[in-house]
Ligand binder design. Structure first.
Ligand code: PDD
Length: 286
């Protein structure tokens, strides 16, 4: 089925949507993005994604393409036009272009490019992958130093995912100066003796919207949470581990660098948090 996508004010069949070859997103990865999940045809944590988008834009001195209310309307319309019950909405804003390639930013009044499309993912909430749990490898983190800004510079995370696939695994966690930063497209956690450990927020990791919600729900469920740096060896010696992201919610991790965690199946805390997260998010969806 041909999707209807959104490009700079227009709803078009995906085959007719166009962006300039001079667009700075295309030439310089000068663009930021958000991925918002859809359950029961409704948006999960739209507010959180809109606030983070604004922050990414501000950090890069990029203009806002439209208001938050307009963004919500575009998201909702695309979900409706494409009949999405479970899936994702991808949004990208680039600095646009003034019609040539130049390292210098174009004038501040250059129109940003705004592109959104949906990805239909029936069964996202009940995914077999989450029932099995993910096997991960560890790799060096060689990304730039502003990972708190959600830019489209995703070549290294994409290569990390490929390294994992080649090793017969599902994903990679990245390590910098001896400590785990995050997964290729998710935040990373381990659980030891009932305590959930995850890296604190800084410029070194993306400030996950799912992370924020899950940590709040964990605290509400009287689970103990510690935000501190941790090594991959601590994670390998853990009782269980998991990742969080808008596209996979809470994903149990069952193996790290060939070492099985616990009995090698998804742990009770990861499973419980996934249930709570899906439940609460569905209730708050818009
Ligand atoms: N990725 N860390 C990185 C590097 C990410 O790319 C993501 C999200 C996260 C989790 O953030 P959130 O909970 O807000 O989704 C952490 C999205 C899903 C993606 O690139 O597809």
């Amino acid at each position: 089925m041909t999707r209807t996508v959104y490009v700079n004010g227009e709803y078009l069949p995906e085959t007719e949507a166009k962006v300039s070859i001079f667009d700075r997103g295309f030439l310089f990865a000068d663009a930021v993005y958000e991925v918002t999940s859809v359950l029961d045809g409704k948006l999960i944590d739209f507010e959180g994604h809109a606030v983070r988008l604004k922050r990414s834009l501000d950090e890069l001195e990029m203009a806002e393409p439209c208001t938050k209310d307009e963004l919500l309307e575009i998201h909702r319309k695309l979900v409706e036009l494409n009949g999405i019950e479970e899936g994702l909405v991808y949004l990208q804003v680039s600095r646009g272009s003034d019609g040539d390639r130049d390292f210098v930013f174009p004038p501040a009044d250059t129109k940003p490019s705004l592109v959104l499309f949906t990805q239909n993912k029936p069964g996202l909430a009940n995914s077999p992958a989450a029932q099995k749990g993910a096997k991960i490898i560890s790799i060096e983190d060689i990304r730039w130093g502003r990972r708190d800004i959600k830019t489209v510079q995703l070549l290294y995370p994409s290569m990390g995912k490929m390294m994992a696939k080649k090793a017969g695994c599902d994903d990679a966690w990245m390590i910098e100066d001896g400590y785990v930063t995050e997964g290729t497209s998710n935040n990373a956690y381990f659980v030891k003796d009932g305590k959930i450990v995850t890296r604190p927020l800084s410029n070194d990791i993306l400030h996950g919207i799912t992370r924020k919600a899950v940590l709040r729900m964990a605290a509400e469920a009287q689970m103990e949470v510690e935000e501190r740096l941790f090594t991959i060896d601590e994670a390998k010696a853990a009782d269980e581990a998991f990742t969080t992201s808008a596209s996979a919610f809470v994903m149990p991790v069952v193996e790290i660098d060939g070492v099985a965690l616990g009995d090698g199946t998804p742990g009770p805390i990861a499973k419980r948090l996934r249930e709570i997260y899906l439940d609460e998010s569905r209730k708050a969806a818009v």
